[in-house]
Design a protein around this ligand. Structure first.
Ligand code: ADP
Ligand code: MG
Length: 265
């Protein structure tokens, strides 16, 4: 990928699937780190009260004074008060912890409750090339906020038998947000994760996903490997933890696909 002379405005990508354990957080960290390796400025937004993205980048959510929750709910607080640098040059984090679960309830009574995150991210747009939002496993108000803020969605799908279950509900939600709140929102792609080429089963699921979504499916397929759980313990992306691994290469390939599919103008 060509180096950039200037940065921003950012493309905002929501990493979204209401199913847990499909690779949203892993893909957010590693796609972000790979894009940063290619010279892009990247902001990762932990938008799951579980704080797994923060943990995966070596941050202890319990020790945070300010999180994305404060940025959403407190007028006058600026993002640089909440932002954390990560060990990856060019990649920052808006961390979160269990406080964020209160936002889901508190936002309900707010005016324009669906666009709280979009408002919070607006002042940051010119500082980054990509902002990736790690969504929680639900289609509730937090996820609707992420979809309202985003230009596009990446949907990680685990290559398992029930992978396609629930995807109709997800695409319906995306369509509704597109109609009512964010007409620019589009589906960047479906990302097949936890693929095991040794099993017929994995290959069948992948074939079915391609049949259902055609060119929306990224050519990059993320294989199943224990290196990913290891990186969570290490608190760093696979691109630095095991730079020469197959997993690191896969997320670099995904980054190149993302750069080609949705270039920052
Ligand atoms: P989500 O954010 O969708 O809940 P995670 O990214 O947290 O999913 O992944 C769930 C679990 O699976 C984590 O323990 C993670 O380390 C592991 N994992 C993610 N991707 C892979 C993969 N390609 N191969 C093996 N394990 C993976
Ligand atoms: Mg997660």
């Amino acid at each position: 990928p060509t180096p950039l002379a200037e940065h921003g405005p950012a493309r905002i990508v929501a990493m979204c699937n209401q199913k847990g354990g499909v690779g949203k957080t892993t893909s957010t960290i590693n796609l972000g780190a790979a894009l940063a390796e290619y010279g892009r400025r990247v902001l990762l937004v932990d938008f799951d009260p579980q704080g797994a993205l923060s943990v995966g980048l070596g941050v202890n959510p319990m020790e945070l004074d300010l999180t994305v929750y404060n940025l959403l709910m407190e007028r006058g607080l600026t993002a640089d008060e909440v932002l954390l640098k990560t060990a990856v040059p060019g990649m920052d984090l808006l961390p979160s912890n269990i406080d964020l679960s209160a936002a889901e309830v508190q936002l309900v009574s707010e005016v324009a409750r669906e666009s709280a995150l979009a408002r919070a991210l607006k002042p940051l747009l010119n500082d980054y090339d990509y902002i990736i939002i790690d969504c929680q496993p639900s289609l509730g108000l937090l996820t609707v906020n992420a979809l309202t803020a985003a230009h596009s969605v990446i949907v990680p799908l685990e290559c398992e038998f029930f992978a396609l279950r629930g995807v109709a509900l997800l695409t319906e939600t995306i369509e509704k947000v597109c109609e009512r709140l964010n007409p620019e929102l589009r589906l960047d792609g479906i990302l097949a994760t936890m693929y095991d080429s040794r099993t017929v089963h994995s290959r069948e699921v992948l074939a079915r996903v391609v049949e259902a979504f055609g060119e929306h499916v990224f050519h990059t397929v993320i294989g199943r490997t224990v290196r990913f759980p290891e990186t969570t313990v290490a608190g760093e992306p696979i691109t630095t933890y095991a730079s020469n691994s197959v997993g690191a290469a896969a997320y670099r390939q995904l980054a190149r696909e993302v750069l080609a599919r949705c270039p920052v103008e």
